[in-house]
Every structure is written in structure tokens, then in C-alpha cells.
Design a binder for this molecule. Structure first.
Ligand code: 5RP
Length: 271
């Protein structure tokens, strides 16, 4: 592996081998997602707990300060919307020149295995790997399911993750599921977990993240379950403790409660 690739990966994956990525890319197909209407406000209280920001070029350029001291994972696939025919019909939206110009530490692209656009999205990944590897830029594959959330079981996710890794992804982002070890075991590159729609309680989030970490994930790329919480900063602190400080669910919940109850100042999300 060349120095540039190693350097970028080391910005994203911390010396303990773990990572906490914060995705705010949802608007690229969902529009002004709840609690993400003003992404610059959303990230303010939580960015300090995270290792990298996952974002599109439009939001990055328009509202993210250029002196933000966090590596950027650039979302480079899209071209569909929630109200369109099929979320899977994605293309690569960003040129390699743009990726370099924006000083991205990595890029993220979705693949929709088993969909009508399986071939197209797998080729998006492959072609992106071809361009990005030339410049030492890691590609993170996102195993997307569109609106078919029920697809998220170990058999399907293991298949998607393995295919993405075989095609050259340096990191794969997938959903947590029951028997998550089956997903990780079959994937030769590091796996990070997305959260999906918001859980009922923060404890549920800590539980699945802790379980996934025990089963071999290297970290999270968790959005809605952080910034749609009433207490985003408290959730982020609990998650950071699981990812980087070896905390279990009990400890993470204590950290959450302590911040939520304002012993260190109010952390409630502003409406
Ligand atoms: C949206 C994405 C998100 O980055 C990913 O789904 C993680 O966010 P969340 O935890 O909210 O699911 O790829 O397209």
C-alpha cells in the first residue's frame, strides 16, 4: 500500500483500529431530512466526538467550514430521490478531479445487490476504485437496500459486503443485523455499521453498536440515531465510549444520562 493510501486510511481509522464516522449525506435522495435541515447546525455539538464526516460536495462547499479539522468522506453516488421510480438507479456523481480538489480522505458509493440496478451500481463501485486507487484515495462501499429495509439479514448483507470487497472497496459500510459475525467473517476488509431509521431508545442504539463491535465491526457510520435524538451530544458521547474507550452498554448509558441530565451543561437539541 502506498503512503498516500495509508495516510488517508490512518486519518479515518484511529490508532486503536476503530472509527466513528458521522454521515450527513441523507439529503442527496431524501431532501431536507428531519434534524438535518441545516447541517452546519446539526454537526456543531457532535462533530467533536467523531472521526470523520460523510457528506456530499454540495453541503461540504456551501456550509461546512474549510478549517473543520476532520477528514471528509465524500458521498459520490446519487441521481435518484425518495419520490422517484427506484432509489437503486444511481450513478457516480463526482469526477476524480473534484474528489482531489475537495481534498477528500475517502469516497463513499452505494451498491444495490439483488436490485434491478445491481450491475450498474457494482460497476459504479469498480470504476470508482479504478480512478481512486490511482491517487491513493480509499473507496467505502455502502451496501444499500433502498426502501426494502427487510432485506437487512446476515445472509444478504454478507453477500453484499463480500462482493463490494472483492470489487476493491477498502472499507464496507453495512447495517447491523442478528448474527452479525457472519457478515464480518465473510468480508476481507473492515466493516462499519450504519444505523438506519431512528430506534425507539438510545439504549437500543448502544446495544446494537456494542454487539456489532464485539462481533468484529471496526466502528460506525451512524447518522439518524445520533442527530435525530433529543440529546445528540449525549448519544455521541456514549457511542464514542463504546467505539474508542471499551465501554459496555451500561457505561455508555451512564455517560448518556450524565450529559442528558445536564450535569455538564444542557445538551438538548434546539428545535
Ligand atoms: C444514506 C447513507 C447514510 O450515510 C447511512 O445510511 C448512515 O446513516 P444512518 O445511520 O442514518 O442510516 O448512506 O444514504
Amino acid at each position: 500500500m502506498d503512503w498516500g493510501m495509508k495516510n488517508r486510511l490512518s486519518q479515518l481509522i484511529q490508532p486503536d483500529g476503530h472509527c466513528f464516522f458521522l454521515p450527513i449525506d441523507h439529503g442527496y435522495f431524501q431532501g431536507p431530512t428531519s434534524c438535518l435541515e441545516k447541517p452546519q447546525e446539526t454537526i456543531k455539538p457532535i462533530i467533536g466526538y467523531c472521526d470523520a464526516l460523510f457528506v456530499t460536495r454540495g453541503v461540504l462547499r456551501s456550509v461546512i467550514p474549510a478549517d473543520l479539522n476532520k477528514p471528509i468522506i465524500l458521498r459520490v453516488s446519487g441521481g435518484t430521490s425518495m419520490v422517484g421510480k427506484d432509489l437503486a438507479n444511481e450513478d457516480v456523481t463526482t469526477s476524480i478531479e473534484e474528489i482531489i480538489r475537495l481534498n477528500a480522505s475517502a469516497v463513499g458509493v452505494s451498491v444495490f445487490v439483488g436490485s434491478e440496478y445491481e450491475h450498474q451500481t457494482l460497476m459504479n463501485l469498480s470504476k470508482l476504485v479504478n480512478s481512486c486507487e490511482n491517487y491513493g484515495i480509499p473507496v467505502m462501499a455502502v451496501t444499500a437496500v433502498g426502501k426494502e429495509l427487510e432485506k437487512r439479514d446476515a445472509r444478504y448483507l454478507a453477500l453484499s459486503c463480500r462482493i463490494a470487497a472483492e470489487l476493491g472497496a477498502r472499507v464496507v459500510k453495512t447495517y447491523w443485523c442478528e448474527n452479525f459475525e457472519k457478515v464480518v467473517c465473510g468480508c476481507p476488509v473492515p466493516v462499519v455499521m450504519a444505523g438506519g431509521p431512528k430506534c425507539e431508545t438510545e439504549k437500543e442504539v448502544f446495544e446494537f453498536v456494542y454487539d456489532g463491535m464485539q462481533k468484529g465491526a471496526i466502528g460506525i457510520n451512524l447518522g439518524r440515531n445520533v442527530w435525530q435524538s433529543e440529546h445528540p451530544q449525549a448519544v455521541a458521547a456514549g457511542l464514542q465510549a463504546i467505539i474508542h474507550k471499551g465501554a459496555d452498554v451500561k457505561k455508555a448509558s451512564e455517560i448518556f444520562q450524565e450529559l442528558k441530565n445536564g450535569r455538564k451543561g444542557s445538551t438538548k437539541r434546539k428545535k
